[in-house]
Write a protein that binds this ligand. Structure first.
Ligand SMILES: Cc1cc2nc3c(=O)[nH]c(=O)nc-3n(C[C@H](O)[C@H](O)[C@H](O)COP(=O)(O)O)c2cc1C
Length: 283
């Protein structure tokens, strides 16, 4: 065992303890510790250096992302590189609250693509009796897997990323700007660039709140939230309270209060109509 492997093992243990509040022993002789260290310590990046990303590197990362698993080998996750300045502006002007979209040297939009498969069926003279909710679900899941894989690849080479689901607040603009055809649905945008700082590690719900053995355990939510809210507040005190005009100042403001307030306001209630208008049948 080398000093690096031992240091990686300790670093993973430390970061997971900070993330989950649990000590998870890491065997320093395991292979792949550097990869695990990257995964365990990953964080969203919203500040970028004024430094371009080589197009050849982007191509490599996209190739790695598109090597990810795909439902029935259907390959239904697609990516749009938004490099035209006017197109980027059209999308970003709608979201002034997220200036990191403008600062990132690369902006991508990950999509679920369910248009290729029925066209293949038609080209090969076959029926396509599968035009239902599963077509939407399969393509969206594939697109999300491609996005996640892209992020892992980008972070492995030292890039930072920030997904932008808020682009879906303006799906019509996105569709028109990028000429998204019927049966293609945007999942999220992605800012990519060289990080201008380390960012901060977000604590997560306890592992046992999200990992179930044999039976889905949903009955312990209150205790799990209480534990998480306190642990997260201790690590990151002073979370800015959301929508105080409506909800007032809470004496204790934790993650669960924040998420409850966030989702007390309607969001993207027209998304279903957009997806249907894109030609998806959701039955
Ligand atoms: C599907 C998806 C959509 C997201 N959309 C946005 C967004 O619109 N704007 C933003 O600033 N961050 C966005 N994020 C980043 C999350 O806010 C971030 O991952 C979360 O706060 C946890 O932080 P961490 O990634 O550092 O653990 C998104 C993340 C995901 C996975």
């Amino acid at each position: 065992m080398t000093a690096t492997e031992s240091a990686d093992a300790t670093a993973i243990e430390d970061v997971l303890k900070a993330r989950f509040g649990e000590t998870i022993a890491v065997d320093p002789s395991l292979q792949g510790l550097e990869t695990l260290k990257h995964m365990a310590s990953r964080r969203v990046c919203r500040r970028y250096l004024d430094k371009p990303v080589d197009p050849k590197l982007l191509r490599l990362l996209l190739a790695c992302a598109l090597s990810s698993p795909s439902k029935s080998d259907l390959q239904q996750g697609d990516v749009v590189i938004v490099q035209d300045a006017a197109k980027r502006k059209a999308i970003m002007d709608l979201i002034p609250s997220m200036p990191w979209m403008k600062e990132a040297p690369i902006f991508l939009v990950f999509c679920g693509d369910a248009q290729r498969l029925p066209r293949i069926s038609a080209l090969r003279g076959k029926p396509y009796p599968n035009d239902h909710l599963d077509a939407f679900f399969n393509s969206t899941v594939d697109g999300a897997i491609v996005m996640t894989s892209f992020i892992a690849a980008a972070e492995a080479v030292g890039l930072g990323c920030c997904q932008i689901s808020v682009v879906r607040d303006n799906c019509d603009v996105l569709r028109d700007t990028l000429a998204l055809p019927k049966r293609v649905v945007p999942i999220a945008g992605l800012c990519v660039g060289w990080p201008a700082g380390p960012g901060r590690l977000s604590a997560r719900l306890a592992i046992d709140a999200r990992v179930h053995v044999d039976t889905y355990e949903a009955g312990k939510l209150e205790a799990q939230l209480d534990e998480y809210d306190r642990r997260r507040n201790a690590a990151e005190p002073g979370l800015r309270q959301r929508d105080t005009a409506r909800w007032g100042e809470a004496p204790f403001y934790g993650w669960s209060e924040d998420k409850a307030r966030q989702y007390a306001t309607p969001q993207r209630t027209d998304f279903g109509a957009f997806v249907r208008a894109q030609g998806f049948k959701l039955e």
